[in-house]
Design a protein around this ligand. Structure first.
Ligand SMILES: Cc1cc2nc3c(=O)[nH]c(=O)nc-3n(C[C@H](O)[C@H](O)[C@H](O)COP(=O)(O)OP(=O)(O)OC[C@H]3O[C@@H](n4cnc5c(N)ncnc54)[C@H](O)[C@@H]3O)c2cc1C
Length: 224
């Protein structure tokens, strides 16, 4: 059977790992050959074996690139990520066709992410979507600003790094919520995309609403 032909829309297919980099302690970027089109911001379901329950991951690469990249952090005691962090080129994993609606709707927007929640925005950025976008990324440690060289070079002042546990001259000292609290202007007509853990998404959503952003202009992808 040709493995590139999908038996049905939802069937997982086996894909071969082409690289696995630990880009920060406990955080990996794996790659495998792309065999379906996707819209930046979409997700895939991944498992080590066909019979395992899959986990969901945002595609982190551009939609014209030959490979799919996935950014993830190892969850101690987790079913997938400790094993996924050990894959080497040539190993196979199972993945699904990309799906999901957390995609760019055009026009100016703020992208607000914490940790690996930067993945869908880096996919949009790598697909050529960044005009009029402002990226606010929050992490605990300075070595967790994944892709910062590319983002800083291309987005300049529209790329804001918030670091809560360490300080540097290039970063805002505190969490994304601290950064947003001291901002005075929240354009009401633009979209606000939030991606990360549930607590952050809920806190930022409430903060934006309190600042006058209409609820319908807030889009969220929760990693749980
Ligand atoms: C839409 C979406 C997109 C996502 N995209 C990404 C992404 O791009 N990158 C990323 O890193 N993550 C992403 N996630 C999260 C990801 O899907 C997984 O939840 C995560 O990687 C953990 O997988 P795991 O199998 O290793 O851990 P799990 O097996 O899910 O376990 C997670 C944690 O819970 C603990 N645990 C498990 N069972 C129990 C129990 N019974 N009692 C107490 N504790 C328990 C484990 O020890 C572990 O620490 C996304 C989630 C969603 C919903």
């Amino acid at each position: 059977m040709n493995r590139n032909i999908r038996p049905s829309e939802n069937s997982p297919v086996r894909v071969k790992i082409t690289s696995n980099q630990e880009i920060s302690p406990g955080v990996h970027l794996i790659s495998y050959r792309r065999n379906a089109d996707f819209i930046p911001g979409q997700v895939v379901r991944i498992s080590m074996n066909e019979e395992d329950p899959p986990r969901i991951y945002s595609v982190c690469s551009g939609n014209h690139e030959p490979e799919i990249r996935i950014l993830f952090n190892i969850k101690d005691g987790g079913l997938l990520t400790p094993r996924l962090s050990g894959v080497v080129p040539g190993d196979t994993i199972w993945d699904s066709r990309p799906y999901g609606g957390f995609t760019d709707q055009g026009g100016p927007a703020w992208w607000i992410a914490t940790g690996t929640g930067i993945a869908p925005f880096f996919s949009m950025f790598s697909s050529g979507i960044s005009d009029g976008k402002r990226l606010i990324h929050g992490v605990r440690h300075l070595n967790q600003f994944y892709f910062e060289d590319e983002l800083e070079w291309a987005m300049g002042k529209n790329y804001i790094r918030c670091c809560s546990a360490e300080h540097s001259c290039d970063t805002f000292p505190g969490r994304v919520t601290d950064f947003l609290l001291q901002e005075s202007e929240f354009p009401p007509g633009i979209k606000y995309y939030l991606c990360g853990k549930a607590l952050m998404v809920v806190e930022v959503r409430d903060l934006l609403i309190a600042k006058g952003v209409p609820f319908e202009n807030i889009l969220a992808e929760i990693y749980f």
